[in-house]
Design a protein around this ligand. Structure first.
Ligand code: 9Z3
Length: 363
């Protein structure tokens, strides 16, 4: 066994599987079987950040940044292109369709108004206190109807399976189980890995059982705060690397499927740019190429956090191409109305189709 497969086997044998695993696996099995019988392509789309708990009875945890916008938005475009979608998402992150009326952007209550308000003291049809109807405000009706119809179609035709996770461990166990369920789909299966996956975690043998009490934290001689703001106390968190599961996914869990991963880049410092002559884009390209070399999957989509809603970088073996939203003046830079996922998803599907026709290089 290679080092990476040893560390991965150890990871799965030393961390407890999530309690939801049997149920989620059964749901995925029924979903895949159903769509396989209907010759429908299935995409496993991951979305949202994974957490790393610091305690077994978790009070504190480390989180990875992601609202779930990329995943939830992409899911809608895959559905519109006839794919069935398994949406493996961080619990309470954005969901397809309801994302349009979410708490973090638009509160759904702002879209509603009362209609047919009956004066106080009057009686309703049922003889009780009159209740006005709640209706969608006229200016939002057309758009909401369109979202509602797509949502209902997805539900009625069982095209969307929502499976939540919270921790990086539950994410990895569930990803592995679903990938194995999807094997029967061969290269009709697509993996679109937009979830922000933690690189480090606390292994079970070093995990505190209950909330780490500040009184239990040892005194240290070094303190970041002159004068000992915390009385010399420091909580030192000792993290291990999460095994590189992408390699296993490509080689063993889903060897025939098309696999697309995302790579997030943060803006780099002026120092880096001045002394290495690198730019955000050149560093992102390098990171995407590294990922492609290491895992030998089909496509890495790079994005820089600050500009991820306007531009992404498609990196494949031997080529790199920016996909950008056009502006009204014809330059790139973004537009409010067009979602970049409306460009990303068709580009991905184009590549998936090419692979199905046998035009793409194998891993
Ligand atoms: C991404 O880069 C996603 O596009 C974002 C989406 C997290 C930036 P939002 O949900 O943000 O729209 O707010 N995901 C990062 C994927 C990742 O962690 N990749 C890992 C890696 O490349 C494993 S596949 O090592």
């Amino acid at each position: 066994m290679t080092d990476s497969s040893t560390s991965e086997s150890h990871y799965f044998s030393s961390n407890p599987p999530p309690a939801t695993l049997p149920q989620h696996t059964a749901q995925a099995n029924a979903f895949v079987t159903h769509h396989h019988a209907h010759s429908r392509r299935v995409v496993l789309l991951t979305s949202g950040g994974t957490t790393v708990p610091l305690e077994n009875q978790t009070v504190r945890f480390i989180d990875n940044f992601s609202a779930g916008t990329r995943g939830a938005t992409s899911a809608e475009y895959f559905l519109s292109q006839g794919y069935a979608v398994i949406f493996l998402h961080r619990q309470f992150s954005l969901l397809p369709f309801s994302r349009h009326y979410s708490h973090s952007t638009n509160c759904f209550l702002d879209f509603l108004s009362e209609w047919g308000r009956i004066g106080e003291g009057e009686e309703g049809e049922d003889g009780g206190a009159a209740t006005p109807d709640v209706v969608v405000k006229a200016k939002y009706r057309r758009e909401m109807l369109s979202v509602l119809r797509k949502y209902r179609k997805a539900k009625e035709q069982r095209l969307l399976l929502l499976l939540p996770f919270t921790t990086v461990t539950s994410y990895l166990f569930t990803l592995r189980a679903i990938a194995c369920e999807m094997r029967c789909l061969g290269n009709e299966a697509l993996f679109y890995l937009a979830a922000a996956v933690s690189d480090f975690f606390v292994p079970p043998d070093r995990m505190a059982e209950h909330k780490i009490q500040s009184g239990d934290v040892p005194e240290t001689t070094s303190s970041a705060i002159p004068g000992g703001g915390g009385g010399g106390k420091k909580l030192v968190v000792d993290l291990d690397p999460v095994p590189k599961f992408l390699k296993r996914l490509v080689e063993q869990w889903a060897p025939e499927a098309m696999i697309v991963s995302f790579k997030a880049g943060a803006p780099f410092s002026l120092y880096t740019m001045l002394f290495t002559l690198e730019t955000d884009s050149s560093i992102l390209l390098k990171k995407c190429n590294q990922s492609l070399d290491r895992y030998a999957h089909h496509l890495v989509i790079g994005n820089i956090l600050a500009t991820r809603k306007y531009e992404v970088l498609f990196v494949e073996e031997g080529s790199a191409q920016w996909v950008r939203l056009p502006t009204s003046d014809g330059n790139s830079g973004g537009s409010e109305e067009v979602e970049i996922e409306s460009l990303i998803v068709p580009e991905v599907i184009k590549r998936h189709e090419k692979m199905l026709l046998g035009g793409a290089a194998a891993h």
